[in-house]
Design a protein around this ligand. Structure first.
Ligand SMILES: Cc1ncc(COP(=O)(O)O)c(C=O)c1O
Length: 400
């Protein structure tokens, strides 16, 4: 058996047609100087902002650059400290480095959310300007407590929603709790544009700065949802153009994936997640993160913790699972592999972090993608392969 966990569904026919129409017109750049017709990128921005109940959305070329711009537009720079959860992926510390700020990592719980007691402690130390909260792999912390901690300590909040498009906390969408929400349109995320990012905010100055930084030149009126002209006038001479614009082609492909199609996909992801979770939870030595009833998650991947295995046994398990056709990613590896890395390999940042739980949690943390192409039988087969690989890895070690 070999299941392609990177499989994607085709782009909806309406997206293919919109892309073809764009290719035929040749008008690939979002800022047309002559046409009165709103660009695909501008329409995606207004539709996305409306779907979240936020005033503005700004289209960018990735979620990584969106997080960087969010920090820039909140005046984070050299000399500032940004708190961020240690369980995340490389674009998050990368965005902090891009802004020139120092990274202070916050611990992770067994349920894979940010450790709120550690956050409280590190916030209370003073000195942190911002929390860049990554809803990593779709695990959403208690947002009531997160926002309360940030408010009490005067810390701004930016949300990394690369894994939570369509998700929420107590009925409020992620990306709307802090000053800025950052979304990804990369393949493997919840809407597939190949690459792309969306910055959402209610703040006039942040929106205008993000538009100018993104590389709008003086074409800000090409944005349907935008602050008044006087806000742009305030910023136009002092905001460098970083050329991080969204391509019209990405927007054309993504627009037909939003709204009801996105909701339908979220339902199908969670259906597959529950099939896998039921099976994995029954395997000896496996812990499935517990979820708060207030969390409206969308799981396009599944995480589980393997208890009481050595690093050697974990390596062997990953190897045996791969031989069985299932690509399990392991967050406890010493070296970064493929898309997966852990905080110990982000050595451009300060490595003197105090994270009492991270080593133990990450040592057993495994991750499997959930393509929508999986059937129930595929999910059962995946659980069987993982179960066998776990048992065999333990057996071999016992014999050795
Ligand atoms: C947790 C997390 N945040 C942010 C990103 C950045 O997304 P992008 O690839 O659109 O820059 C990723 C990408 O995989 C991610 O995993």
């Amino acid at each position: 058996m070999m299941i392609d966990l990177t499989a994607q569904e085709p782009i909806p026919e309406a997206g293919v047609q919109a892309a073809l129409a764009l290719l035929r017109s040749g008008k690939m750049h979002r800022y047309g100087e002559a046409s009165g017709v709103p660009a695909e990128a501008a329409m995606l921005e207004s539709e996305f902002a409306a779907s979240l109940g936020r005033r503005y959305a700004v289209g960018l070329n990735s979620c990584g650059s969106t997080m960087f711009l969010a920090l820039k537009c909140l005046d984070v720079g050299p000399g500032d400290t940004v708190l961020s959860n240690c369980f995340t992926l490389a674009p998050v510390p990368g965005a902090v480095a891009h802004a020139g700020a120092a990274l202070r990592l916050v611990d992770v719980t067994d349920d894979l959310t940010i450790d709120l007691d550690d956050l409280e402690r590190k916030a209370a130390e003073g000195g942190a300007k911002m929390l860049l909260l990554s809803h990593m792999r779709g695990h959403i912390a208690d947002m009531t407590r997160v926002t309360d901690i940030c408010a009490r300590h005067g810390i701004g909040l930016v949300e990394d929603c690369a894994h939570t498009m369509g998700a929420g906390w107590e009925g409020k969408p992620t990306g709307t709790f802090g000053a800025v929400g950052c979304f990804s349109l990369q393949s493997y995320k919840h809407a597939n544009g190949g690459e792309g990012g969306l910055l959402v905010t209610d703040d006039d100055d942040i929106a205008a700065r993000a538009v100018l930084h993104s590389g709008s030149y003086m074409h800000w009126r090409g944005h349907q949802v935008r602050p008044p002209d006087e806000v742009f006038e305030r910023w136009k001479y002092v905001t460098p153009n970083f050329s991080l614009r969204m391509s019209n082609l990405v927007a054309a492909i993504v627009r037909p994936q939003m709204g009801q199609p996105l909701q339908d996909r979220c339902t199908r992801w969670n259906e597959r997640y529950h099939w896998l979770a039921e099976g994995l939870a029954r395997l000896p030595g496996v812990y499935l993160p517990q979820r708060d009833a207030r969390e409206q998650y969308v799981q396009s991947s599944i995480q589980f913790l393997v208890r009481e295995r050595s690093a050697e046994q974990m390596r062997h398990f990953v190897h045996l699972a791969a031989k069985g056709g299932v690509n399990v990613k392991w967050f406890g590896a010493d070296d970064p592999v493929g898309f997966t890395s852990n905080w110990k390999s982000w050595r451009y940042a300060d490595m003197r972090q105090d994270l009492p739980q991270a080593a133990r949690v990450l040592a057993g943390l495994c991750d499997v993608r959930i393509p929508l192409t999986l059937s129930r039988a595929d999910c059962e087969a995946i659980v069987a392969v993982i179960g066998r690989a776990l048992a065999d890895a333990q057996q071999t070690q016992a014999l050795a």
